[in-house]
Design a protein. Structure first.
Length: 481
């Protein structure tokens, strides 16, 4: 691609330079690349301009006050916002995208909504994928990732590759960081959804108002005018999202008990499942949802709303809900033993553990058993808080190790146990899970919390292979780890 095609609105000396790539990381620069000198929290990309040029950069993009003192053969491109310029350039350089892309933002539920939407698209006969915290997920494969919303270059490379594979429908997570840092700019969206807002990431956004404003960018800046906003109106901030969308003339599809389009009329427990009765614009549907927890029902309705917003048939969408599988490590049902249910969840923070236990309580006609621990070299204050939550909400508690890292594992467990006297102390995580499984009786529910989809246990500076899922299956099969 020519440099002039990459920045069609800018005046430049060298519009015919052939560009071979772009990056904001000077270490990734190769001959023919454009280097974006971004101002970061810890480092300023301007300090690496010389290194980028030495590596072969043909143009430098920055948002500094003045021009750079560069060799005349290097294009000096000054913009109002280099981050925004990077996202738009990445969208032009990697031009192909799946035909139908939907995005979801919110404090909780993004991963589940994105994956549920992918499953619905699959059920409707589409070639679908989801993109987010657990990586790129297709019906036949998972490519694990690290960021909820990848950097613009990685994101648009991924979109281009998915389109080349024949993926036509994509559901992706939109984090507040990603929205604030323009990572999603240039993505061609058909619909966008909002789940809820909680107290999170305030170390970055500083205030709840700024946190909400970052999420609202999805609706007041990125969603095109012919797109559809899908809003969970049961969330107090749902009305803010509706206002942000409708102020631009964007159509809204609201869901939940307060929803006007996809309205939840009734929900009840059916063993370890849930019966939902919904009204979709005057037509009533009964759905047996094979997921536990009121918040999973809410996530399923938001996912259904996204599929409906892009034109999928209601009958297929609601039929798909009857076959939903929990996202890997997100209140995931992994086995039933002796009439008891075993679930694995990523909950490793107080709010998440409390939400998971509260969600499972109605499904435990017997005891609610919880196996969990806390990570080392992380927030120490949460250990006693999580211990108190478990004491208050679970009937049986087993405290175990969860990535102790450089700390003494026994000391971490003691900090938790101080807030839940009577809990069992079993440091070996496999042994702790086995004790929980052995305890199960008909009607009991066992929650194994903390690691979710993770496949390693970090002890010292070494990551040892360990999966809660594999541990459960091994225990059920009667074998050693």
């Amino acid at each position: 691609m020519k440099l002039g095609q990459l920045f069609p609105t800018l005046q430049m000396r060298h519009t015919d330079i052939e560009i071979t790539g772009l990056s904001a990381d000077s270490r990734a620069i190769r001959p023919g690349f454009v280097f974006f000198a971004l101002a970061g929290v810890k480092q300023n990309g301007a300090a690496f301009i010389d290194a980028a040029i030495a590596a072969g950069a043909k143009a430098i993009v920055h948002d500094g006050e003045g021009s750079l003192s560069l060799d005349l053969s290097i294009e000096d491109i000054k913009t109002k916002d280099a981050r925004h310029a990077l996202a738009l350039a990445a969208a032009r350089f990697y031009a192909n995208q799946p035909e139908t892309i939907v995005a979801v933002t919110g404090t909780a539920g993004k991963t589940s909504v994105a994956d549920f939407t992918r499953q619905i698209f699959d059920h409707c006969g589409r070639h679908a994928a989801s993109l987010g915290t657990i990586g790129v997920v297709r019906s036949d494969a998972i490519t694990y990732g690290a960021l909820t919303t990848p950097d613009p270059v990685q994101l648009h490379q991924t979109l281009d590759a998915l389109a080349a594979e024949g993926i036509t429908h994509l559901a992706m997570e939109a984090s507040s960081h990603g929205l604030d840092q323009y990572r999603l700019d240039g993505v061609r969206l058909k619909a966008a959804a909002f789940t809820n807002l909680g107290h999170d990431h305030l170390d970055y956004h500083q205030t709840l108002e700024a946190y909400l404003a970052a999420k609202l960018r999805l609706f007041n800046a990125l969603l095109p005018l012919d797109g559809v906003a899908v809003v969970n109106l049961d969330a107090p901030e749902g009305e803010d999202v509706v206002r942000a969308a409708t102020s631009r003339g964007i159509a809204c599809l609201t869901v939940g008990r307060s929803g006007q389009d996809l309205k939840l009329l009734f929900v009840s427990q059916l063993g370890f499942d849930q019966l939902l009765v919904v009204d979709w614009r005057g037509e009533r549907f009964e759905i047996t949802l094979p997921l536990a927890g009121a918040f999973q029902a809410a996530n399923a309705l938001v996912a259904a709303g996204l599929a409906l917003a892009v034109g999928e048939k209601a009958e297929l969408v609601f039929e798909a809900l009857r076959h939903l599988r929990g996202v890997k490590g997100r209140l995931e049902r992994v086995a039933q033993v002796k009439g008891g249910l075993i679930l694995v969840d990523y909950a490793h923070k107080p709010e998440a553990l409390e939400q998971a236990l509260l969600a499972l309580r109605p499904f435990a006609t017997g005891k609610l058993i919880c196996v969990f621990g806390c990570g080392g070299d992380r927030d120490r204050a949460k250990r006693s808080i999580m211990g108190e939550i478990a004491r208050r909400l679970a009937d049986e508690i087993i405290v175990t190790d969860d990535n102790p890292r450089s700390e003494d594992p026994a000391a971490i467990r003691q900090s938790i146990l101080a807030a839940c006297p009577g809990a069992r102390d079993i440091g070996d995580r496999f042994a702790a899970i086995k004790a929980g499984v052995d305890m199960l009786k008909a009607g009991d529910v066992l929650l194994i919390a903390g690691k979710g989809h993770e496949t390693g246990q970090i002890i010292g500076n070494v990551t040892l292979p360990f999966s809660d899922h594999d541990a459960v299956q091994t225990i059920i099969a009667g074998g050693p780890l």
